[in-house]
Design a protein around this ligand. Sequence first.
Ligand code: PLP
Length: 360
Amino acid sequence: MRIFNFSAGPAVLPTTVLEQVRDELLDWRGRGMGIMEMSHRGKDFSGVIAEAEADLRELMGIPANYKVLFLQGGATQQFAQIPMNLLAGRSADYIVTGAWSKKAYKEAQPFGAVRLAGSTEADAFTRLPRADELKLDPQAAYLHICTNETIHGVEMFDVPEAPAGVPLVADMSSHILSRPMDVSRYGLIYAGAQKNIGPAGLVIVIVREDLLGKASAITPGVMNYAVMAEHGSMLNTPPTFGIYLAGLIFKDLKAQGGLAAVEQSNIAKASKLYDAIAASGGFYRNPVELSARSRMNVPFTLANPALDADFLAEAAELRLSGLKGHKSVGGMRASIYNAMSLEGVDALVALMQDFAARKG
Ligand SMILES: *Cc1c(COP(=O)(O)O)cnc(C)c1O
């Protein structure tokens, strides 16, 4: 029996997709072997990666002048790869709205000039910067943002306006595919797979073609977007199993009605949880400003932290797992990605109400 897995990542995957993976693990479509055992250059795997890309393009409405890359090294490797590929001897702007964008900003520093264009750290990352607080460089090579801060539970519903000609680069790791996004607003989008896409080890990069070919001369081939694009993400052996699984997730999202339908389900789940926090009369608290509350990652604290351990123990008895908050924030965090069911959120809300009634 499966648990309700609220882990921030690696995270829950749809049971039906995992069942299909199980069924195909030893013998994919009668080939007498599984995807993991196949040549990445063969006709079968070429079909798998092409279909995954086509389905992702359809789901996200990715314009034709963007490349889709299936890479390795996680989102963290992109923190370095982005300046290597895009800085081109210029300066880049970073907006810091939580732990992940702060890491991206720090990791870019050895590669050249990077500027802090805005930060909400003084407010403990509980809000997003207002437009008038940003100091944007109109000459920047790019403007980097994280559109969903997984640890602090801060999501951008209005993306900052970059100066004309400055490409927006977004870390969407923890909310990609959670709702429709206008890809054409971005120069580059990247996302590690283990939140909303599939297994860890795969990272997807969606990059506008005019940004290719500016990499610094010491950029290794596997880290060079232009080279990887030229080779269809297969300069070397790609993470074949991850790409296959991601492809099944894309098909599943299409079958659900696409991202507009997925968004409705995510709104319903997040609303239930935030409503339960609001209705608890201060027993539970989410520190994030209303307009920036993430639909994917919901941190909350108990007014009395001495009760944290009891709460987690009772959750575990009910098969609710992964709720312990990140150490930098404390309390609890419920990650309610696409694959978390409404049933799982209902079970969590029921525990929260019952626990507060007994201990409040
Ligand atoms: C998880 C996460 C990362 C790091 O991903 P890795 O695959 O561990 O490198 C980066 N950014 C965001 C927003 C994340 O949620």
